[in-house]
Write a protein that binds this ligand. Sequence first.
Ligand code: FAD
Length: 479
Amino acid sequence: MRITHLTLKNWRNFRSVDVDVQERLFIVGPNASGKSNLLDALRFLRDIARVGGGFQQATASRGGLQRVRSLAARNFNHGRVQLAISLGNAEHPETWSYLLDFTREQRGQHRPVVTRELVRHQGEIVLQRPDAEDKIDAERLTQTALEQVNANRAFREVADFLESIRYLHLVPQVVREPDRAGDRTEDPYGGDFLARVAKTSRATRERRLKRLNDALRIAVPQLDQLELIRDEDGKPHLQARYRHWRVRGARQDERDFSDGTLRLIGLLWSLHEGGRSTGPLLLEEPELSLHASIVRQLPTILSSVQRSGGPQVFLSTHATEILADEGHQVVLAESAGAARRVERHEETAAGPRLEDARVVIAGGRGLQDPSNFKLLDDLAAAIGGHAAVGASRAVVDAGWVPYSYQVGQTGKTVKPEVYIAVGISGATQHVVGMKGAKRIIAINKDADAPIFRLADLGVVGDALAVVPKLIEEIQARRS
Ligand SMILES: Cc1cc2nc3c(=O)[nH]c(=O)nc-3n(C[C@H](O)[C@H](O)[C@H](O)COP(=O)(O)OP(=O)(O)OC[C@H]3O[C@@H](n4cnc5c(N)ncnc54)[C@H](O)[C@@H]3O)c2cc1C
């Protein structure tokens, strides 16, 4: 489950935000344009839902209603603040929706009060407030149903999802000196980072550190053998071998790593920590302290982690380099009026360009899940340096892969020597983009799929079973 739509009214500097959200949402804009405020809307919902949190506390910790309400509020939405999200997946983007509308008490302590709380499940209303009891006892409106276990029973899934939203703004100094953060858990600045790594079971930790090391190699090729060690006092440290002119290299730990390396390690760990079952990861300016060449790789790293099951990501950034690489959805926070705009960006992927590749392997909805695109990456890798991965529009629209992957009438036209269509039905709009291929291979579980009409070779079967076998066979023949 992920957030599929976000609506804000009168939230901080935003008068109105109304965006569809995909797997990655990048929020760009100049200083003071409200990028953090957009992330903060999701943190606010998390703070309400979390144990020990609640509506009053979430508002008070932000300096009260006057601080979270837009200055332009008076003339819009009756001066009330509104946050609304839809939750679901590509197939069912509105499995759940949650809306909270609030203002402050007219008299007395001017506490924030709920003016409307509405939850729908598959379009059916599950909760609607104010209800009869709220009318009898107005005090109830100082709390949301979201924060109360008795009241959120019918939509506990939404409450749990919101509670699992994570926010990260790593400060290398805090990671190096965790004592500064006291005994805080879930410290967004990284005070608990080493403790979290240490707490992870050994097998998971080693697997994650290995994957992390592979991803890090793009950015810091000299660093390898990342592992967790403990010093004489039992304190955990992240240690790595730093290869230099001495053949054996030197051991370094987080106290020696550069700020950029440490931030990147923290970022990658957090991405691997949350799976698709947890709420989104909110990243505040991940580019800080990172070299521009590394920043450019970030979206590629993010999308590859997501393909292997990572969480949805919301990211605020100043860095135009981040937008230069992988395709993703961009919201532009504008300072004047704080309106919103959504753009799609082109990407330059690693390997040959789709248009130039001798072999194109394209995936469609039959792959079932975005993480299964990794199979196509693996197949391209097994084939060698001439293969590129493409996609049908159905999966691009669903946010599984960037627009730059799209083949067809409204995407790219390709004429490779071999085109392998995996789980693609063969709709006319797709076919016009690939029918110039010399040879067409189709893998589809439906023997009547239109793609077989133009295929030179057809495999009727489950793509998730056929593709791994194909990879195995290619690798066996190559060795
Ligand atoms: C104006 C317009 C422009 C368009 N432009 C484009 C375009 O540029 N490019 C494009 O691609 N589309 C385009 N489309 C959309 C196009 O009409 C189709 O909707 C789209 O191509 C379908 O994508 P798909 O084949 O991935 O999904 P589906 O049509 O849902 O097909 C999925 C296929 O996967 C198979 N399958 C399911 N499970 C498995 C499994 N486990 N193993 C193997 N096979 C499985 C199914 O049998 C099915 O054949 C456009 C549409 C319009 C209206």
